[in-house]
Design a protein around this ligand. Structure first.
Ligand code: SF4
Length: 213
């Protein structure tokens, strides 16, 4: 269990899964630079971020901007939208929806961020959250996501890695990957072509000094 002082932002998971160095720079060194990708993401979230409860018939309630927290994951944040669906037994079942400006990704980052929201809801509301959805601006479609055991375990493991990294871990070395780094809001600050090379040289020299070359 984490104390409130140890809580990290739920959205940091997205940065961790994109690049651990970017995550460290943003959340440990408080760096942030607006670029097209972060600006487009902000616009999508502003649209989804209208706060409040909407009743939509007898079987659907919609909560926007719902604060989230989990002491077992050590996270806090906010859900874009949580729908509550009335089950046959009369219980309200939460169904989180996260808005993304792009299109579905090949990696698990969006699913893990959404699953972390589901785990927060389960802890807060003491209920089961079996599924949710990602809404992508590019496709204008909802992608249903089932929170199965494999995704839950990946999410818990990502949270542990995040707490190992922030706030006292070492900045991970830059690894230049063209597709990723050219889209990164911190590229100018990070200088991955230079710092990555420098890191490799430093490691080589250290190995030479230790006689491990
Ligand atoms: S420029 Fe590349 S290595 Fe540096 S923080 Fe961004 S994604 Fe990571």
């Amino acid at each position: 269990m984490y104390s409130e002082e140890e809580y990290l932002m739920l959205s940091a998971l997205q940065h961790l899964l994109f690049c651990e160095r970017q995550c460290f720079l943003i959340h440990s060194e408080q760096e942030w630079q607006e670029n097209y990708f972060t600006a487009a993401g902000s616009v999508m979230h502003e649209k989804a971020d209208r706060v409040g409860l909407e009743i939509n018939g007898p079987a659907l309630k919609i909560e926007r901007g719902l604060p989230l927290r989990s002491s077992s994951l050590g996270l806090s944040g906010k859900a874009d939208v949580v729908e509550f669906h009335r089950a046959p037994d009369g219980a309200w079942v939460p169904f989180p929806i996260e808005y993304k400006h792009g299109k579905p990704k090949a990696d698990l980052s969006d699913r893990i961020q959404l699953c972390a929201q589901a785990l927060c809801l389960e802890e807060m509301l003491e209920c089961r959250v079996p599924e949710g959805a990602l809404f992508y601006g590019r496709t204008r479609r909802r992608l249903p996501i089932e929170f199965d055991l494999a995704l839950r375990n990946e999410t818990i493991s990502a949270c542990q890695r995040l707490h190992d990294l922030i706030p006292y871990g070492e900045p991970p070395a830059a690894v230049y990957e063209r597709r990723k780094c050219e889209a990164c809001s911190l590229k100018e600050r990070c200088m991955p072509e230079v710092t990555g090379t420098r890191q490799k040289v430093a490691e080589y020299l250290q190995a030479m000094l230790e006689g491990n070359d």
